[in-house]
Design a binder for this molecule. Sequence first.
Ligand code: NDP
Length: 498
Amino acid sequence: MTQTLLHVKQLENFIDGKWRAADETTSVINPATGEEVVHVPLSTADDVNEAVGIAKRAQKQWARVPAPQRAEVLYRVGQIMKDRKERLSQLLTMENGKVLEEARGEVQEGIDMAYYMAGEGRRLFGHTTPAELDNKFAMSVRSPVGVVGIITPWNFPIAIATWKSFPAIVAGNAVVWKPATETPIMAYELAKIFEEAGLPAGVVNVVFGSGSTVGEAMVNHEDIRVISFTGSNDTGRGIAAKCGQQLKKVSLEMGGKNAVIVMDDADLDLAADGIVWSAFGTSGQRCTAASRVIVHQSVKAELEEKLLNKMKELSIGNGLDETNKVGPIINKAGLDKIKSYIEIGKNEGAKLLAGGYELTDDELQDGYYFAPTLFTDATPTMRISQEEIFGPVVSLIPVDTFEEAIEVNNGVTYGLSSSIFTADVNRVFRAQRDLDTGIVYVNAGTTGAEIHLPFGGTKGTGNGHRDSGVQALDVFTEWKAVYVDYSGKLQRAQIDVE
Ligand code: NDP
């Protein structure tokens, strides 16, 4: 099936605008069926070194191309993605497992990002500001940083890549990109699109391979001046430590323990819809997935009933079958991690209301499926209320007041996304002020970021940078302050001010 769309059995690296086969490869498995979909290179540190050298040369030329012309390439990228949206979406479902409707949404996010960042080619605004001396002009402008290293995860294999690579390109950088080994097809397809859109050779280079070899080589390479990473907290911390030693800029996005707050005046049907979508969409494998519901005690029983009813409607299976609403887990390691948290939750004393088991029915037995799972009566400090599970598991935590809800929401090490369902406008504004996450939703679930707003979080979610939005440009540019003195004499700031 994949071959009908993909036409190749083995992917190749894309370096200097050329396709290069690797000596060693590994197979990529469709998590819905257990079938092998393609082989992907396991590249070496030498491949990284070569790609960085080429990127370094290409970047010097690319930075001199006027930004509106750089943007033209992104407009073409967006158009090609649009023309291929259905094909890309199907391939995405085959490598990642998410249901087709969500895959289409993810590809659309990439298209939106292409057009949005192409628009930045005619902005890339700096600032002008009055100088403190007469006959002097002051401004600040953005400069590209040089060669950018992008390391992406498997859960949004094309959207996250576009969040990072498009701002990097439009700002005049060159890119070396290592996609997750589980989901290389989107990277291969996007590289082909860059090629067809006329991006000059060497501006984007894709080096497939493991994090421990290719990722590490990128992090340690002195000519990569920025690393932009999305993935697990442990890996991100390790990367940050290595970058810190080298004084290398690093942007990290590392997930969350996101909560939906449901107050006593909430529209409970709407809240239940928001929770089911945020908790079980992409099988809970989103960094913004809701894995906690902080519910006012007085509506807990009613909300539980509504959730259980809605969960019964979730058909689970291969995402290519459009009747299915929930697809598989990415791999066995992910499945095992989820299973371990079910035992942890039970042992901690949370009450299992639904799910909690792997699905092994006939048509599902070759994939990695887990039943949507609902715990209730969890406490804020239980491990299932604190740690990222990355699966279709959500825990209800009862509270008595709005203030307690905010405190519980903020009482985790992560800070990505939060949401509140309430009809009280005063609570809405207090919540958006007091919730300590980088993203806040009101009367909607925790997922559904729009690309022209900053994406990222506080505390253990990241290190202060943002993907997408105009803020992404801050990761891929340096600020340069420029002073032009047209007085014809020596003027000394702070000294010659009269
Ligand atoms: P990782 O953080 O290990 O992987 C993310 C990316 O980093 C992949 O491309 C990976 O390569 C690469 N990588 C791994 N090790 C290194 C390294 N030492 N140096 C540089 N790059 C490296 O996450 P996993 O895929 O293993 O998932 C584990 C858990 O992480 C999940 O259960 C979830 O909790 C969390 N996660 C969070 C995501 C988010 O959106 N914030 C996304 C994905 C995972 P490769 O895998 O090819 O070896």
